[in-house]
Each structure stands twice: as C-alpha cells, then as structure tokens.
Design a protein around this ligand. Sequence first.
Ligand SMILES: [Cu+2]
Length: 420
Amino acid sequence: MGDEMLKRKVFLMIIAIAFMGIPFSYAQKDNQMMKAQNLPYTPVITPNGSTMPWTLDKDGAKVFHLTIGKCQHEIAQGMVINAWCYNGQTPGPTIEVVEGDLLRIYVKNELGEGTAVHWHGVFLPNGMDGVAGLTQKAIEPGQTFKYEFRMKQHGTFMYHSHGDEMVQMGMGTMGFLISHPKNPTGPKIDRDFALFSNEWFVEPGTKTPNVNVMTDFNIFTFNSRAFPGTAPLVVKTGERVRIRFGNVGQESHPFHLHGYNFKVVATDGGEIPESAQWPETTVVVFPGQTRDIEFVANVPGDWALHCHRRHHPMNAMGHNAANVLGVNQDNVKDKVRDLVPGYMSMGENGMDEMNYMKMKGPENTLPMMGGQGQFGPVGMGGMFTVLMVRDNLKDYDHPGDYPHPKGTVADVVDSESEEK
Ligand SMILES: [Cu+2]
C-alpha cells in the first residue's frame, strides 16, 4: 500500500467515525406555549416544526402573521440549504384553529417576486382563495395583504404559495392549517402529529435546491428534515394517536408504519364515515392531498415510519452510483478515485457497506444512509422517522433506546441449535 493510499484510508476512517456519531434523532419538545393555554383540543405536534402563535382581535378574530421570505434551513446535521420559508422556517408554522373561528391572516412578502397564499381545502369566499392573478392581485415584494374568512370545516388543510408555484413551493413554502371540530365526536386523541412530505434536488456540494428538476430528486423529507435529522414521534403505551400527512410536492408517497395497522379517518375533503374505513399499514398521499390516520399505540417499541418507495428513505448519494452488484471490486474504487475524486460505487454485496463506511461526498450533502440505532447503523435516510412507544413515560422527550424484554430480539444462532 503506497503512502498516498494509506493516507486516503486513514482520512476515510476519520470521516466514517465522524458520521457514525450522529444521533438518529433530536429530542423534540412539544410546543409548551400552546399547551399552557388550556386549549379545548389536543394541540397538534409538528415534529421539527412549530405552531404559529396568534392573538385575538376585539371582534373575536384570531390574528396570524405570515411572512414569506428566504431562510437557511438545515435538512439534517451536515446539510444546510437556501430555502424559501414562511416565518423563517419550512414547512411554515402550523396554523391551528377551531371550526367556527374567524381567521385574519396578514401575509407579508419579503421575496423578490410576487406571491399569494392559497388555503388548500378550505371553503371560503372566492376572493380569499389566494390564486395570484385569478382571485386577487399578487402580493408584490414589500407588500402585506390581509386574508379573512370564517373556518366552516374541521380537518387537516394546508397553505402554500400560489404564485410561481414551481419555484416557491419547490423551495419550501408550505404549511399545515388544522381546524379542530367545534363539537368533537369519537374517541379522544392523545397524541396528534403532523408530517409534511417534500422532495428536493440539491446538487451535492451546493446549497440551493434546483427546482427545475421534475423527477430525479435526491433529498426526501418529513417536515423538511431527512433522517437522521427527523424527530421521533413519542407516545405512551395505550394512547390513541393521529398522524396527519400533507403533500404539495411532485411525488406521491406510500407511508408505511411498522408494528400496527391503522385506519384512514379523514382527507382534506372531510371525515371518512366509519363504515367506509378499512385497516391499512400503508397510506398513499398524492400531491395535493392530506390523509389522517388513527390507531391505538398498544405495543411498545421503536417502530419505523417511512415512505415505502425504495429511494425515498435514502439520502443524496445512492442515485447515480455505478451498478457493480456482484462484481469483485478489490482496489478498483481507489484507482478510480485517483482519476475521479469523490467517486462512489455500490459495493460488491450491496449498498450496506456504505452504511458502515460513511463516505463523505462533497461538502454540504448527507451520507446516503445514516443514524445509529442501539444495534448498529440504521440503513436508512430521507423520509424515515421512528414512532417510539413506551410504558410509563414521564414526559415526551426522547426516551432513549427501547429496552427489549429478554428473549424478544432476533439474534444469531449456531447451526447446531437450528437443528434441534
Ligand atoms: Cu416517497
């Protein structure tokens, strides 16, 4: 082994150790402010996000302030992008109201081009629908517009740019608008989560998403975060859980939950009658849809929740790799890397070796798979998070590794014990 090659190997080992240390989730505190207000509903948790504060006007209207502008956004540790945001974040803060509320929403435009905000799924006067040119003048840079309407429905709705949509939504301008029922029926929800999907193309080594890309995305996110940057959904055993999915992206996503079945109880068009619900383990959410799922979390553990398209729970680097599955590559990669710096390939036996050898690509990109579980590296990235169900939780902070009962974890056996 020549000196140069040795140096390279040592360098790669250092990088590998650096990446192995990334915890696969950040502890996420619930929105304490909203909790403290003794609200007549279970507040929605937007993992990695927040709920928008509001004030009451004299006439009883709930007043919200939304500013569209540019921001720096961290997709996961090691990757920050130039995004377009509402109130400095993507997705924008979740707007949470009760059916019957009068909403007064001021929208300020700090972009360099016109915009408008559409309230997706909401029944409102046509002139409040937020389609630039069609139902209102565009909100020009520097201007503030007022939207006002009474929320007649309950359910999961969305807000998003409706001016230069391809660019503005592609850069991150979207958020949830959630309306709780005035007269709730059905079982009480204990934990209510909201996850917005999105997909991006960010050329490795750059910071600005390429919104011209139509199909070949390389970053897939829940609430604009990619695993291992996604906060877990923490639940006490026995609690009734709702997860609201929203999508205004370019792709459909079949979201799959391990360990449970659930029912799809509502769409952005309204509640689904119980007689029309059926058990599922995967729900497809197309662009322009929301889906609410519900289940009782009665089995403790760390249960994966992820998009089931094979490339979507992955980060940037898997997509353009040469296909050398089954090819003996001893020494080949290093030789190619001498010619093509940063060359990546699939391993002879699959991609998993990348999981252990966390090769760093150019600056500001993510390893294809990441995160560290209690049994080793988790071979996942992108649209992947964890439903953490635990007995006897004191709070909803990250509860740490699941303590598996003795004898309940799959493990290696020797061939003799297999024959017994
Ligand atoms: Cu997907």
